[in-house]
Write a protein that binds this ligand. Structure first.
Ligand code: FES
Ligand code: FES
Length: 214
């Protein structure tokens, strides 16, 4: 892990896993070809592509912003964003549960949309802006979503909580006054095994100014 030297680079240019693998395959012919297949950027490119270390064509350096802070880390093509966030960057508030896109515990906000970080190749997050649960609070001040989760006991074991908080934040950012049906739909990608749903819906209704389901 290291601080990103390209912190002002916009996120338009993103290296995809397919592009990386293509570059790897082409690179078997020689480094010059690899430079074209993987590293060469079109005229529209703004973000430098991920850096390939020496002749090791099985790894690349991904640079991204998490909670406004720039990070860079070396990843393999198989590394998923969840692993990058938790294992390489140490932001363990994002939870790993099913790791196959079913539970939503690993939800983060990437470029303004919620994603299952266990299903996003880390290479696809090159140049991205990501919000994790660690980015919700401001210093000692919790985010209103977090305060209401505490007030309404919106969790039991807590494994689903960070994913629910980010999904609810994203829902309220896009629709500040959802009704109960819209809340259920907005949170339908997240599963709580402990069955804290009534409390989680109370949280959402409170924040939407519709406590009681009005
Ligand atoms: S851990 Fe990603 S969806 Fe379950
Ligand atoms: S609080 Fe345990 S899974 Fe939701």
């Amino acid at each position: 892990m290291s601080e990103d030297k390209n912190r002002n680079s916009p996120p338009e240019r993103r290296l995809t896993r397919r592009g990386f693998l293509k570059g790897v395959g082409t690179g078997l012919v020689g480094t010059a070809t690899l430079q074209q297949g993987l590293l060469a950027a079109g005229p529209e490119a703004k973000v430098p592509p991920a850096d390939v270390r020496g002749k090791d064509i099985t790894r690349a350096v991904v640079s991204l912003k998490i909670n406004g802070k720039p990070y860079s880390a070396e990843v393999e093509p198989r590394t998923m964003l969840l692993s990058l966030i938790r294992d390489k960057l140490g932001l363990t508030g994002t939870k790993s549960v099913c790791e196959r896109g079913e539970c939503g515990a690993c939800t983060v906000i990437m470029n303004g949309k919620t994603v299952y970080s266990c299903m996003v190749p880390a290479l696809e997050a090159h140049g991205a802006e990501i919000t994790t649960v660690e980015g919700l609070s401001r210093g000692d001040r919790l985010h209103p979503v977090q305060e209401e989760f505490i007030k309404h006991d919106g969790y039991q074991c807590g494994f689903c909580t960070s994913g629910f908080e980010l999904a609810l934040k994203d829902l309220l950012d896009k629709n500040p006054n959802p009704d109960l049906d819209q809340i259920k739909q907005g949170l339908s990608g997240n599963i709580c095994r402990c069955g804290a749903y009534p409390h989680i819906f109370e949280v959402a209704l409170e924040l939407a100014g519709k406590k009681g389901g009005r």
